[in-house]
Ligand binder design. Structure first.
Ligand code: UDP
Ligand code: MG
Length: 308
């Protein structure tokens, strides 16, 4: 029988764990008993670990990993994924913002043959500022990333074991898991859901952590910062060229005499443009070195009709 693994990072979630657990038990009754939940205690300061230990004693399907300190959501998720033994792996948040009622639909879509099932939120119940920075961020990421990273999708998803094995081979340190999963290119589908408010406790995502995650997304999956240098070079050189034409024409036509300073300004502008181009070239080299050091597989074979 197929086994389902749940991977749940937990940072100060002592009050949410019992509820999430009972909801998962309830949902999985529709299927079977062959499942596990792997909780990752990401350096919580509250009684998260004690609660996990208590539940694990009563139910053998509950497993926990205790990280030595707070390593952050993506690292905690990675730790859990590395330990998951299921045929399908569902990652979700601990705070009931990823509603367990969606699990059943995810498993059904997976059984139809989809290797990735994303839960996509229809709404965002965040503060005004968080909501709009997120909307703009995803617009930019979507527009400029080399691969198609689905919008309004966080880390609530099901992946097939096949996808997990590929992920495990992607050992890059700056992790943006939703991008990495999309990068594998396996067949995927979406389930839309309304995202409720966090049940108990406060968000563990400070602005600093959100910023780091956002940067990992942009830097790992787009050449946007490098391209900015290219366009800045074009812009400055074009401006310098127009200025040159203007100075030459007006010197010739109106006998206006321009000072050495004014001609020097032109020279400086050209040099500035040239420097932007050099930054762009450097960026292209660095991005290639970066690709090389990530050491992702060059390609992933889905099927082939022969064996070696
Ligand atoms: N989390 C974590 N480490 C952290 C921050 C968050 O493991 O440093 C977990 C948290 O317990 C939750 C999930 O990651 O299960 C999402 O975090 P949170 O709900 O705080 O983020 P938000 O929903 O506000 O973006
Ligand atoms: Mg949350």
């Amino acid at each position: 029988m197929e086994k389902i693994s749940f991977v749940v990072p937990a940072y100060n979630e002592e009050l949410n764990i019992p509820i999430l657990y009972s909801k998962i038990v309830e949902e999985m009754q529709k299927f079977h008993n062959n499942w596990e939940i792997i909780f990752i205690n990401d350096g919580s300061q509250d009684r998260t670990l004690a609660v996990l230990q208590k539940y694990a004693q009563e139910d053998k399907r509950i497993k926990w990993i205790d990280l030595s300190r707070n390593f952050g959501h993506q690292a905690a998720l990675t730790a859990g994924l590395d330990m998951a033994s299921g045929d399908a792996i569902i990652s979700m948040d601990c705070d009931m913002q990823d509603p367990p009622e969606v699990i059943g639909q995810m498993i059904e879509e997976w059984r139809k043959g989809y290797k990735i099932v994303y839960a996509r939120r229809k709404n965002r119940k965040d503060s005004f500022l968080k909501k709009y920075t997120a909307i703009w961020y995803y617009k930019i990421l979507y527009r400029f990333s080399d691969i198609e990273i689905p919008r309004n999708v966080a880390d609530f998803r099901l992946i097939d074991r096949e996808v997990l094995e590929i992920l495990k081979n992607m050992q890059e340190k700056a992790r943006y898991l939703r991008g990495m999963v999309a990068w594998t290119g396996y067949s995927h589908t979406f389930i839309d859901f309304e995202r409720p408010d966090r049940l108990y406790g406060v968000s563990g995502y400070s602005w600093k952590k959100s910023w780091h995650l956002a940067m990992d997304g942009i830097i790992n999956f787009s050449l946007l910062p490098v391209k900015i240098a290219f366009w800045a070079g074009i812009f400055v050189n074009l401006f310098a060229f127009l200025l040159l034409v203007f100075l030459v024409l007006s010197s010739l036509l109106t006998q206006q005499v321009y000072s050495a300073n004014q001609w020097t300004l032109l020279l400086i502008l050209f040099m500035l443009g040239l420097q932007f181009f050099m930054f762009w070239f450097l960026g292209e080299y660095i991005s290639r070195i970066y690709d090389q050091s990530k050491d992702r597989p060059l390609y992933i074979i889905r099927h082939k009709n022969f064996d070696l």
